[in-house]
Design a protein around this ligand. Structure first.
Ligand SMILES: Cc1cc2nc3c(=O)[nH]c(=O)nc-3n(C[C@H](O)[C@H](O)[C@H](O)COP(=O)(O)OP(=O)(O)OC[C@H]3O[C@@H](n4cnc5c(N)ncnc54)[C@H](O)[C@@H]3O)c2cc1C
Length: 346
């Protein structure tokens, strides 16, 4: 379907873009167009005018100092994924960006467009919630404000940005040496969008977790903090038992408004929230992706190791996969394409 007619303006500065927003009632900003153009084509959005901000170079900068990683709203997922400075300052940001969609989406799609579009299945809202990011917003007359994720994301496709405001940057606090972070998602096989995603930031004192910031997304209208899981982890050693027990607490944080669709039911998504949180935590502890045991650890099923020494080498085909030979594995609850997610993160 073709998009409805609209006027087109190209802004060369943030001030001009805001002035154009004020002068054109019903106008919308366009950055990479990867979320907005589909909405136009489906006639789900009918802006009177599009204000193209794609060439405003000030909005593409990534600035890193001792306190903050500041990512301009027009930085593409590729810019973030390929930045050595970002990898060094907060590797989770680069990893998340590298796992979004496909190369076309990463090359055109921007972090600003992603968060302002506020799709519940997007990765950035969840990750930026766990990272306690700040959204830097500019309005008419140069007025500037910041918003925390809890205030910024109001619901599906809804943020607290006013019609005449523009997101200029996303700021993430720099990591201390004893902080670790990971994001794990069940990626929809067609798009890469998160069916369920869990983002984890922990502060460690040796083996002990002294602070935790955890968010889940994909399954709820806006990302939620997993406060119950955070509380259960603080003061604990991050061993398998403690991680299993803590991650299961997430059901207390999800509320009743869980998204279900023809791809994944609400029941399934609710069950997977704990799985993705511990998946991320096991990445931190090194338990994830160490052979078949990882699948059983992440899914909380019994692990039966195969004594390979006891199997005659003349019959290698008899070596059963430890997980598939374990009766307690509930394959119904294992997300499809799991192998792909494993391959990509390894
Ligand atoms: C095939 C496909 C696969 C995808 N897979 C994933 C995935 O795996 N994970 C994921 O998280 N996302 C995924 N996405 C979403 C993608 O990340 C977003 O479409 C993209 O980042 C949006 O950025 P954009 O620059 O294209 O925004 P646009 O489409 O240009 O704009 C989106 C919205 O944001 C507004 N806007 C844009 N910039 C600003 C700004 N600076 N200030 C205020 N408002 C602004 C626009 O007015 C519009 O309402 C996928 C998209 C596609 C098409």
């Amino acid at each position: 379907m073709f998009a409805p007619e609209f006027d087109y303006h190209k802004a060369s500065s943030v001030a001009e873009a805001i002035q154009l927003l004020g002068a054109n009632d019903g106008a919308k900003l366009i950055a990479g167009g990867h979320s907005l153009i589909p909405l136009l084509k489906l006639r789900l959005a009918r802006p009177t005018a599009l204000i193209d901000i794609g060439d405003i170079s000030d909005l593409k900068r990534i600035i890193i100092n001792n306190e903050t990683v500041s990512i301009g709203a027009l930085a593409t997922h590729w810019d973030i994924a390929s930045s050595h400075d970002v990898k060094h300052a907060c590797s989770m940001l680069a990893e998340v960006a590298g796992g979004i969609g496909d190369s076309q989406v990463r090359n055109r799609g921007t972090i600003g467009g992603n968060v302002v579009h506020a799709d519940p299945a997007s990765d950035w809202p969840t990750v930026l919630t766990a990272l306690n990011a700040r959204f830097v917003i500019q309005g008419p007359g140069g007025a500037s404000r910041t918003a925390a994720p809890e205030d910024f994301f109001l619901g599906p496709l809804t943020t607290n940005l006013a019609d005449n405001e523009l997101l200029t940057a996303v700021e993430v606090p720099s990591f201390a040496a004893n902080q670790r972070s990971e994001y794990a998602k069940i990626a929809h096989p067609a798009s890469g969008y998160a069916v369920v995603g869990g983002a984890v930031v922990v502060t460690m004192d040796g083996e002990r977790c002294t602070a935790a910031s955890i968010a889940v997304g994909g399954l709820v209208p806006a990302p939620v903090r997993a406060s119950s899981v955070e509380r259960a982890l603080i003061g604990q050693t991050l061993n398998v038992e403690n991680i299993m027990a803590a991650s299961n607490q997430v059901v207390n944080d999800l509320g009743s408004n869980i998204i279900g669709d023809f791809y994944a039911s609400a029941t399934y998504r609710r069950a997977m929230a704990a799985v993705e949180i511990r998946h991320a935590l096991f990445h931190i502890t090194g338990e994830a992706h160490v052979g078949s045991r990882a699948v059983s650890v992440i899914h909380g099923v019994q692990y039966v190791p195969v004594d390979r020494e006891a199997i005659p080498v003349s019959d290698p085909g008899s070596i059963a996969d430890p997980v598939s030979s374990t009766e307690s594995v509930n394959t119904e609850n294992q997300p499809r394409k799991r192998w792909w997610e494993f391959w990509r993160r390894s």
